[in-house]
Design a binder for this molecule. Sequence first.
Ligand code: HEC
Ligand code: HEC
Ligand code: HEC
Ligand code: HEC
Ligand code: HEC
Ligand code: HEC
Ligand code: HEC
Length: 247
Amino acid sequence: MRYPFILMLFLFCSPLLGENPKDRFPFQSLDAKGAAFVGSESCAACHEKEAKEFLQSTHSRIDIPEGKSEVHGCEMCHGPASLHVDKGGGTDNIVNPKTNPSSCFTCHTDKKFQFQLPSHHPVLEGKMSCSDCHSAHGADVRPWSATTLSGINEACLHCHKEQKGPFVWEHEAVREGCTTCHQVHGSLHAKMLVARDNMLCLRCHTQMNFPIIGRQGHGGRLPQGTCFSAGCHTAVHGSNFDDHLRY
Ligand code: HEC
Ligand code: HEC
Ligand code: HEC
Ligand code: HEC
Ligand code: HEC
Ligand code: HEC
Ligand code: HEC
């Protein structure tokens, strides 16, 4: 069962081979100081909690136990740790992806691109981190399960209180998860939406007798602008005042 993971790992990493090695690993500055990979066993003595959690985690499943390489255990994200271990700790001799996500991008190359799209969460700007939504050591790096998306909403509502509700008139779509409408790493469209303007709403709100939507003819309205712009359904996340989510 290990082979598919290892294969995937190489597929993830192979596009990197042609690049400037300086961009490849954020560990370069540690290498320059003479740091070497020491393996995860040494970490447990001082970081018991992380070491224990990590055994169950998504990323320990892709671990290659033989050999001490940059894709091994803790050091796949924290870099070569010999100086850190020798000194018995410190912050300038170890990579912390909380402030420097570039170690994540060595494998997840596409994610760096996503965070550079016009509308994005400010991770590259250093205002938030992958770990605000992902649990790097935890049993599941996606802290929501594949079957219910409500865990995603919880992660989001932690910061975005306005969208929380409960609303007298809910928009059922929100129950399916914030990511039905938002591409949260980044998007070409404003507000990180998965589609532009009316295209977003019409993904679900099309019916046989279109341009009737719900019970209203919308033939005259659609050309006037986006469904959720001023005067129309501005309360897309839910409303306490209007059953058609107008305000
Ligand atoms: C001898 C004890 C010791 C060992 C062994 C050790 N650490 Fe640490 N580590 C510490 C201490 C102490 C701190 C807190 C440093 C501080 O706040 O100044 C720390 C902090 C860290 C941090 C946070 C740095 C930051 O920016 O705040 C990371 C990440 C880390 N260690 C990873 C590791 C990894 C991975 C290993 C194994 C390869 C390891 N440590 C081995 C003692 C140790
Ligand atoms: C998949 C990447 C990844 C791996 C593998 C990984 N970590 Fe981390 N680690 C992170 C991230 C991300 C953070 C920042 C978490 C946060 O924002 O609080 C972190 C933070 C830490 C910290 C600092 C915690 C604090 O409270 O500031 C320590 C210590 C640490 N890791 C130790 C380890 C040890 C030990 C291992 C191996 C058993 C390990 N990590 C494996 C990604 C990883
Ligand atoms: C050494 C390469 C490597 C590094 C470094 C790495 N990852 Fe991963 N990551 C993978 C692979 C391979 C998978 C796929 C594992 C699987 O599907 O079980 C994965 C899975 C994930 C997933 C879950 C994908 C899913 O579909 O459930 C998330 C989220 C993730 N990584 C985030 C991160 C973050 C955040 C960091 C940095 C803190 C990081 N990764 C660092 C290789 C890596
Ligand atoms: C604002 C919250 C948030 C932040 C910050 C975030 N993610 Fe994610 N990530 C998500 C959500 C939500 C999903 C699931 C998307 C879906 O299922 O549509 C996801 C999915 C993933 C996946 C697996 C699915 C895929 O698209 O391949 C990986 C890998 C990943 N994220 C890596 C990262 C890395 C690396 C960072 C930091 C550089 C990061 N994420 C920062 C919320 C976030
Ligand atoms: C750790 C806090 C935090 C978490 C968790 C978080 N966000 Fe954000 N979100 C932010 C910040 C900060 C901004 C940028 C605000 C700005 O640039 O003015 C933002 C911006 C946004 C925007 C765009 C707003 C705009 O004006 O363009 C949307 C949409 C959004 N987040 C949705 C989500 C979703 C969906 C999730 C859950 C997957 C989520 N956020 C999780 C902090 C967070
Ligand atoms: C039915 C689609 C849909 C769903 C589901 C959805 N949103 Fe939105 N969201 C939108 C639209 C459309 C906008 C842009 C509204 C505008 O420009 O006036 C938006 C805007 C936002 C903004 C920016 C608010 C502002 O005032 O600029 C945030 C933050 C946000 N959404 C968070 C969330 C969170 C958190 C969830 C999940 C609880 C969520 N959204 C679910 C459609 C959706
Ligand atoms: C993921 C599917 C989905 C998306 C995308 C979506 N909706 Fe909905 N919407 C629903 C469902 C399901 C209902 C509840 C059943 C119904 O009334 O059709 C609903 C109900 C509504 C209602 C209340 C119905 C009424 O009688 O007035 C309005 C208004 C509405 N949506 C507007 C929007 C707008 C505006 C957008 C685009 C920002 C949008 N929806 C995007 C699924 C969706």
